[in-house]
Design a binder for this molecule. Structure first.
Ligand code: FAD
Length: 326
């Protein structure tokens, strides 16, 4: 299908975010992956080399420090330039708050349509149209969407795609034209990172997540969830009931009004599995649930379920994991 543009997110420390690998992998499956990168002056070439390692055949580079001060404007401009430069009809961006903003603005600027929160990508049977797959209404329905004959911008749920592209040794780097002259956007007055919890992976991007619910009973006993997470090198998540009870901060809430995750492994401890919780975790590759109620709805989506008390089951699991490691 030609050139597929992938918006690369970077951390404020100037490293490529993990979302890049799956998006470049998906782009390679559909055409030629072109990474669109906005980086502070002087940092572009090193990052471009990293993107080659993740499979970018080409890198469209906008070196500017505007991204640190303006919300998404440099990314919108770089993508709009790149669409024209590469005659691209498909743009992939991570389904994160920052990139969703960019996707909406880009759709206006470049005259395209957004397919939001995709969990899969393929061509139609004729190999003409791109089809995005979505998991909607709390994961109860699988739907597909496409854009007929226009620019398609797809926001891809982090963790949902497994594809990885082969490394490209020396990707061709093209410098973006229009970013410096773009109109100013909303200014960033202050930004701060959510503090990483005890060195654990970030919830949105983690390959494994251990979440706890009201079944943990107290803030103190929620430590059991954290212990299992640390045994597995996983991120910690929670149900809304656990958040409302003050066991953990809201930034760890998984679900419809929290974070959507699609890790390789999701462990739900003492979580009933309400539809609003499932909306945020149902696309995980493997789901394990521990709940003392055998009729809990979480077992409807679990690949493996243990009917039992978390305070009996989880310590044994942690012990077994430790024994296997030693
Ligand atoms: P409960 O439903 O109380 O379940 C606790 C479970 O723990 C039970 O199944 C029980 O059997 C089990 N249990 C108790 N003790 C033990 C034990 N010792 N060992 C093992 N199991 C035990 N919820 C979310 O999670 N995320 C959201 O984003 C979200 N958004 C919402 C948005 C809206 C508009 C609304 C209306 C609701 C939303 N909710 C959300 C709330 C959701 O409906 C549920 O109320 C919530 O998910 C329940 O959390 P829970 O499973 O921890 O608690």
């Amino acid at each position: 299908m030609g050139n597929i543009l992938v918006l690369i997110e970077t951390t404020r420390a100037g490293t490529v975010k993990p979302t890049a690998a799956a998006l470049l992998g998906a782009a390679e499956g559909l055409g030629t992956p072109v990474a669109v990168l906005v980086a502070p002056p002087g940092q572009g070439s090193e990052l471009a080399a990293q993107l080659g390692g993740l499979g970018a055949a080409q890198v469209y580079l906008a070196e500017t420090d505007r991204a640190a001060h303006e919300l998404g404007t440099a990314q919108v401009c770089a993508l709009a330039d790149a669409i024209a430069h590469y005659s691209a009809g498909l743009v992939l961006v991570p389904n994160t708050n920052d990139s969703k903003t960019v996707a909406g603005r880009l759709a206006i600027v470049a005259g395209g349509s957004v397919a939001a929160d995709a969990v899969g990508l393929r061509y139609d049977d004729e190999g003409q149209e791109t089809i995005a797959a979505h998991s909607v209404f709390g994961g109860d329905f699988a739907t597909e969407s496409t854009v007929e004959g226009g620019l398609m911008i797809v926001t891809v749920r982090p963790g949902a795609l497994d594809a990885r592209a082969g490394a490209v040794e020396d990707p061709q780097v093209t410098l973006a034209a229009g970013v410096a002259v773009a109109a100013p956007g909303a200014r960033i007055v202050e930004a701060s990172d959510i503090p990483a919890s005890a060195g654990r992976p970030a919830l949105r991007e983690a390959a494994a997540v251990v979440s706890g619910g009201r079944g943990l009973g107290s803030r103190e006993d929620f430590a059991l969830v954290e212990q299992l997470a640390d045994s597995l090198g996983a991120a910690v998540g929670a149900s809304r009931a656990a958040v409302d009870a003050g066991y953990v901060p809201q930034s760890l809430q998984v679900g419809q009004t929290g974070v959507s995750v699609a890790p390789q492994l999701y462990v739900a401890l003492g979580i009933s599995g309400a539809i609003q919780h499932r909306a945020g975790m149902q696309t995980a590759k493997t789901i394990i649930a521990v709940n003392k109620d055998e009729d809990a709805p979480i077992f409807e989506v679990a690949d493996f379920g243990v009917v039992g008390d978390v305070f009996t089951v989880v310590p044994q699991l942690i012990e077994e994991l430790a024994a296997r490691r030693s």
